[in-house]
Design a protein around this ligand. Sequence first.
Ligand code: GLC
Length: 744
Amino acid sequence: MSVKLKACLCLLLATTQVFLCLAQKKSIDQRVDSVLRLMTLDEKVGQLNQYNGDFSSTGPITKDGDKQRQIRQGQVGSMLNIMGTAHTRQLQEIAMESRLKIPLIFGQDVIHGYKTIFPLPLAEAASWDLPAIEKSERIAATEASASGIHWTFAPMVDIARDPRWGRVMEGSGEDPWLGALIAGARVRGFQGKGLGNTDAVMACAKHFAAYGAAIGGRDYNDVDMSERQLWETYLPPFKAAAEAGAATFMNSFNTLNGIPASGNKYLQRDILKGKWGFKGFVVSDWGSIGEMINHGYVKDNYEAALSAITAGSDMDMESRSYKNNLAKLVTEGKVKIAIVDEAVKRILKKKFELGLFDDPFRFCNAEREQREMNNPAHLLVAREMAKKSIVLLKNDKQLLPLSKQTKTIALIGPFIKAVRDNLGFWSYDWPDDTAMIVTQWQGIKNKLGADAKLLYAHGCNIKDTSRAGFVEAIEAALQAEVVILSMGEARDMTGEAKSRSNIHLPGVQEELIKAIQATGKPLVVMLNTGRPLVFNWTADNVPAILYTWWLGTTAGDAIADVLFGDYNPTAKLPISFPRTEGQIPVYYNHYNTGRPAKNENDLNYVSAYIDLPNSPKFPFGFGLSYTSFQYGEIQLNKTSFTPTEKLTASIVLTNSGNFDGEETVQLYIRDMVGSVVRPVKELKGFQKVFLKKGESKTISFSISAHDLRFYNNALQYNFEAGDFKVFIGGNSRDVKQANFQLKK
Ligand code: GLC
C-alpha cells in the first residue's frame, strides 16, 4: 500500500473517530438536555441534594425524614457512606421508582484504599513514586467500584505546612510542585481508562481551596493569605487535578480572605469553572453551605443557598440548604433557573458518563464484588507501596538492617501488637479483615520464623502517664540482643478534627525510650503517626529511627522487609519536621528575608530564634538508605541560556556503600532576584535512581525558562531573566550548587 494511501486511510480513520466521539459527546449533551427539559423545579433541586446514609457518618448527623421516600420522589441526587452492591442496589431500585428514573450516584471517602488499605497519603507521598501512587489508587478504585461506589472524595490535595493540623496525613505535604505531580497521579489512578469503565470512579479534588493553611493548624479555622500566595503555593495541585481530568471538586470548610469557600465565586466560578474551564461539578463539604451561617457570612439557610448556588457550589452535601430553599429562591426570582439548570446539567452529565442512565446497576455486581474484595494481588501491591513509604531517619553504626539470624529480639511499645491502628485514619472496619491486617509483631514473626525468640512488652500506653509497664519492658530489653520500640500516635490522633497543639510524642513514650536506651542495648525506634512529630531526645540519642507512619493492611510485613534488609529504604520526607511547635510553620521553600542568619548560631540582628536553630529537625526531601550516595559537582552544559534554549545540569552519583539502593535525586532552583521575592529553593525535578553498590551514574536534568515561572504581583505566571542557582542533592539541605543565568 502506498504511503499516500496509508496517510489518507489514517486521516479518514481519525476523522471518523473524531466525528463518532463528537457524535457520542453530542449525544450525552443532548441526552442531558432531553432529561432536563422533562424535570420539574423540585426534581432539579433534588439532583443538587446529597444525603449521608444512615449507617455510618463522617460528619455531624442530621436526624430527619424518610430518605427512601425522598429518593422515590426524585428529591435526592446522591448518597454518601453507602457501601456494598446490595445496599447500593437497594437504593438504586428505589430511585428507579421515581418519575424520571434518574440514577443516584454513590460517593465514599476512599482516601488510601477501600478493602485493601494502603499507607496514609502522606506516607505514600514519601515514596516520591508517581507510578506506585497511581497504582495504589487504581486498586482502590477497582475495589470501591466493585462495591457499588461511583465516586471517591479524593484526592485530598491540600498543601500543608502546619503539622498541628490533623489532616496533614491526608495530603502530599508542603511542596506545590510535588503535590501537583501526586495530585495528577491520584486522579489518573482513580479514573483509570475513563468514566464509563466499571472499574473507574470519579475523582474529587479537595478541599478547594487552601484548607491546609487553617490559622494555627486548627481544623476548620479561617484562612487568610495574599492571592499571590494562593496561586503560588495552594492552587497548583488543584490545577493539576483539573488538568488530569478530575470529574469533581469539593469545596472547603474554611473562609478564604473572609469569604467561605462554599460561597466563594472567585474560587469556584472565576478560577475553577472560568480560567481552568472545569466541566465537572462541585460538591460542598459536609454541611459547609449551611455553616456559612456560623461563619457569619449569611443570615440563614435561605441566604446560604442563594450564596452557594450563585458562587458555583453545584451539589449540597448534607446541609439541606438547597433542598429547603432553592425552589423558593427561583420562584421568588432571587435565583435564575439557568443557574440551577447549569448545576443540574453538570451532575447529569457525569451520571451519563458513568453509564448509569444506560444501566443504573452496572456497578452492582455481587460476584465481582466478592472477587475484588478478597484479591491477594492487591495485598502484594500494598506491601510494595508500604515498603516505599518507610523513611529511614537515622542509622548510626549501620545498626540496620538487622540480621535475620538475630536470636532474641525485644519488641516493646503500644503499637507492636496494634491491629486497626495500622490502617490509620480514613479507613474502614470491615467485619472480616482483622486476619488480613499484619501487625508489626506478626510481620517480624513471619520474617524470622520459629528460630528467633521474640520478647514482648507493652511498655507504656499511648498517651497516659502510667509508667507501670517500664520494669517489664526493661527486663525484656535486658534479655535481648536488640530492642525494637514502636511508638507514636494512635490512628485517630491524626485526621479530620484531630489538630494537636502539642505534637511531641504523647504520654510518657519518650521517657520509656530513654529508659530502654539506658540499658545499652542496640535500639531501633519506629514512629507510627500521620504527621511530623517532635521527638528531639530520641532523634539525638537513639541510633536507628524508622518513620513508619501508618502503612495499612500489610504494615507488619513491609516493616519487617525493611528491618531485616529485604528492602533498602528509599523514602524521602514530603514535609519538614519542626524542632518544636514554636517553630511552626517551618518549610524549605521559604523566602530569604532582609536579615538571613549566616549559620545556625548567628543571632546578630538576624531573622532567627534565640532559643532554637532556624533549620527543621529533619528537612523536606530527607531520607537515608542502608547504603550511602556520593554526589559529584554539578556540571552545566552552559552557564547562560535564552528562553528558547534549555540548560542541562548533570551530576555523577555514586553508590559508595555496601548495599544496592535507590536514591531520589532532587533538583532545586533559586531565582536570585525577582519582581516579587523568590524562595531560597524550589523543587523543580527529581529522578529515582537505582545503583548497585560501587556503581556510578551521570544524572542529568534539563531546565527551561518554563520551569522558572512564578506568579508576579499582577498574578501573571511568567519567568524573569536574571541570575539563578541550581541545587542537586538527596534532600533540600545537603546539596551541590551551581550558578546560571537566564538571558532576556
Ligand atoms: C468530611 C470531610 C471531607 C469528606 C466529607 C464526606 O467532613 O471534610 O473530606 O469527604 O466530609 O465524608
